[in-house]
Design a protein around this ligand. Sequence first.
Ligand code: MG
Ligand code: MG
Length: 266
Amino acid sequence: MKSIHIKSDEEVGYLRENNQLVSATLAYLATLVEPGVATIDLDIKAEEFIRDHGAVPGFKGYEGFPYTLCISVNDVVVHGFPSNYVLVEGDIVSIDCGTVLHGFYGDSAYTFAVGEISEENKQLLRVTRESLDLAISGISVGTRVGDIGATIQGYVEKFGYGVVREMVGHGLGKNMHEQPEVPNYGRHGHGKILSPNLVICIEPMITMGKRNIYIDRDGWTVRTVDGKNAAHFEKAIVVKRDGSAESLTTYMEIEENLRHKGAWVS
Ligand code: MG
Ligand code: MG
């Protein structure tokens, strides 16, 4: 059985630094996401930004993934390839970003609206985002992994949405994917208790229709079977000594930038 790595305070510091850089990269991308932009250009700019800050893209080369970002548009749930696809008004686009700095990983994601989006897309983004924040704010002494999944699932299913089962959140450290697995579904009171200095990524992948997915012929791109849209938000958190969670990822700068350009904010 693979064990859970509890971090030292110094290691938590490195992970905080990484996830702040990922947050800053996503905030920079928030200024660039517009109708008419090719997703490959976002990838190139993100790589420059990360390297200019002394870090290395965390995804590029990871298990053979060829790009800096996972860019997942509309019915793509996660792991989409940046490409010559040009964003169109009304699209929703999940951008997942990773870094490596001091030998540790950063990993966070945000789903952006491209121009004006439909009311049903707005609700999907808002509810997915809210499920993540609910799960984080609910963490206290004695919280178990199953409580996180139960909170997310309980919230989003009230809206008739689906929770993807095949991919889950995870521990974060010197490896991008460490124990424990953190599913977005589950039962309260089940699973391991979260201990202080545990660092995990919580990342609801929520579908507007059925939860079923398939992987495209490129071997990476994950799509909904029914072709309906999906949303994905991801934050890295550390469990504090008082049992509550501190988010190592911040959406503050992302949202300042979105508001500044008059874009919709989930
Ligand atoms: Mg990620
Ligand atoms: Mg992740």
